[in-house]
Write a new protein. Structure first.
Length: 255
């Protein structure tokens, strides 16, 4: 069931989204060669603590997971697509890092992700990240009243496929509100004009994931959480929490 949020609820979700935005900004600023993923997780934890927010990631255990998630951010490096568990791994020059973060404030959730290169970037990585951001912008642009979920999916998929990149099947965005994951699902590829019609008050986490090698294959790492590309190519992930409103899309996690 899809819950339509009131204008007041969307304003409250904006406050949660701003905490997420501050956490991601702080993590990106702290990320440097030699910094560990655990240290970046602590940076995000401090932002949440200062805001009086909690993490929807910490302790989260969906049906596929062998253990509860142990951190407040997902930190996915190079060939890791999403769901990377922060470890003692220290970032190296040229690493491509995707950071996903959530926050719950006043009973409402926000969810966002950003990808960037640590140190000296490779041109191919910059193009991959730029494509993920363009796909996100295209998906947000399609999140208007009267469109359908398939229009968002088609907008994202068109950008990714036109650039020659792969898309992991079965993973995409989702509704969000009191819970981090709510209905409806928001695929990263699909047919326009299909699926649920978008209405004022729907709030969606839109999150393209792009695989640099062009193939769609992926697998779960031994930790049971991290998804990695089958061909070892790098991946990028971008995400915003977006409210569908009568005046157009409203990005609740804008940084």
């Amino acid at each position: 069931m899809v819950e339509l949020k009131t204008d007041a609820s969307m304003d409250a979700m904006y406050e949660a989204g701003q905490v997420v935005g501050r956490a991601l900004t702080a993590v990106r600023k702290a990320a440097d060669v030699g910094v560990s993923l655990l240290e970046l997780d602590e940076v995000a934890r401090e932002v949440l603590r200062e805001a009086g927010a909690t993490s929807p990631f910490l302790g989260y255990r969906p049906s596929f997971a062998p253990t509860p998630f142990p951190a407040v951010v997902c930190a996915s490096v190079n060939d890791a697509i999403v769901h990377g568990i922060p470890t003692a791994y220290r970032l190296r020059d040229g690493d491509l890092l995707s950071v996903d973060c959530g926050a719950v404030l006043g009973g409402w959730a926000g969810d966002s992700a950003v990808s960037f290169v640590v140190g000296e970037p490779r041109a191919a990585d910059l193009r991959l990240v730029e494509t993920a951001e363009r796909a996100l912008a295209a998906g947000i642009g399609a999140a208007v009243v009267g469109n359908r979920i398939g229009d968002i999916a088609h907008a994202i998929g068109t950008v990714c496929r036109s650039a020659g990149y792969g898309i992991p099947d079965g993973f995409g965005g989702h509704g969000i509100g009191r819970q981090m994951h709510e209905d409806p699902g928001v695929p990263n590829e699909g047919r326009p004009g299909r699926g649920m019609k978008l209405r004022h008050g729907m709030v969606l986490a839109i999150e393209p994931m792009v695989l640099g090698g062009g193939g769609d294959g992926f697998h779960a790492a031994p930790d049971g959480w991290t998804l990695r590309t089958d061909d070892g190519s790098r991946a990028a992930h971008a995400e915003h929490t977006v409210a569908v409103t009568d005046t157009g899309p409203r990005i609740l996690t804008a940084r």
